[in-house]
Design a binder for this molecule. Structure first.
Ligand code: ADP
Ligand code: ADP
Length: 221
């Protein structure tokens, strides 16, 4: 089943940029989908489209079977919170909160009742191998550990689709590969993971890859 579909989607940035041309994309339940392509080709725009962060200029988009045309900002936010979570290259953690508090805070924003947050945060941090770092603040963690906290924060939301923009871009090669393995291990059992990356080696490990060139989305494998 498709979690997200794009059909004939166009996105333009005036005056002259066509960031997506007539894109047809399905994000399928449980898959690990890589999005590759040169810098400036439209990968982030595609991810923002899948993440309901940008609106198509033309074409159709659905998430969980719901057409997003005409949805209000409020409705889009609800759909995003219900179905999606994000992991970015910059980890966007709150430095003065512990790892656990960072995850709990994100759950609070999503409206998870306070009595449920602690257990869910601890379970998510455990699933990324950080059960021994619950009380550590981000500045005391390594880059790889910080990205694991960000991944735990995303997973704790129990999304259907995890959207990752260059999730290993700030990490050295060995750390990047461990974080990638962790992300790929999350795919399956329903959760789809979408990863924008420059790294062809990383893309090869995904179940499927799309290549974006000059706004045109094609199959890379
Ligand atoms: P990639 O992620 O592959 O590097 P982007 O999706 O960020 O590519 O960008 C695709 C094209 O759209 C580029 O030409 C970029 O300069 C342009 N673009 C992206 N975002 C904006 C924006 N907010 N305003 C104007 N142009 C943009
Ligand atoms: P949460 O439910 O965790 O608050 P949201 O539903 O607000 O998550 O969605 C994630 C938020 O992250 C977006 O609302 C937006 O503010 C921010 N965000 C997501 N993608 C980007 C991006 N590409 N660039 C900048 N900010 C982003």
């Amino acid at each position: 089943t498709s979690e997200i579909t794009l059909r004939g989607v166009w996105k333009r940035y005036p005056p002259s940029t066509v960031a997506l041309r007539d894109a047809d994309v399905d994000v399928n339940a449980g898959e690990a989908l890589a999005i590759v392509g040169p810098s400036g080709s439209g990968k982030s725009t595609l991810l923002a489209m899948l993440g309901l962060l940008e609106a198509p200029d033309e074409g159709q988009r659905t998430i969980a079977g719901v057409d997003t045309a005409g949805a209000s900002e409020r409705e889009l936010t609800r759909l995003r919170r219900e179905h999606l979570a994000f992991v970015f290259q910059a980890f966007h953690l709150v430095d003065h909160l512990s790892a656990r508090e960072n995850v709990e805070h994100a759950l609070a924003i999503r409206g998870v009742p306070s009595r449920l947050r602690r257990a869910r945060a601890e379970q998510a941090l455990d699933s990324v191998g950080l059960s021994h770092r619950l009380d550590a603040r981000p500045p005391t963690l390594s880059g790889g550990e910080r990205q694991r906290v960000a991944i735990a924060r995303a997973l704790a939301a129990q999304p259907r689709v995890l959207l990752c923009d260059e999730p290993t871009g700030n990490l050295d090669t060995a750390t990047a590969s461990a974080v990638l393995e962790l992300l790929l291990a999350q795919a399956g059992s329903g959760l789809a993971v979408v990863i924008v990356t420059h790294d062809p080696g990383l893309a090869a490990k995904c179940s499927r890859a799309l290549r974006v060139v000059d706004g045109q989305v094609g199959h890379a494998s």
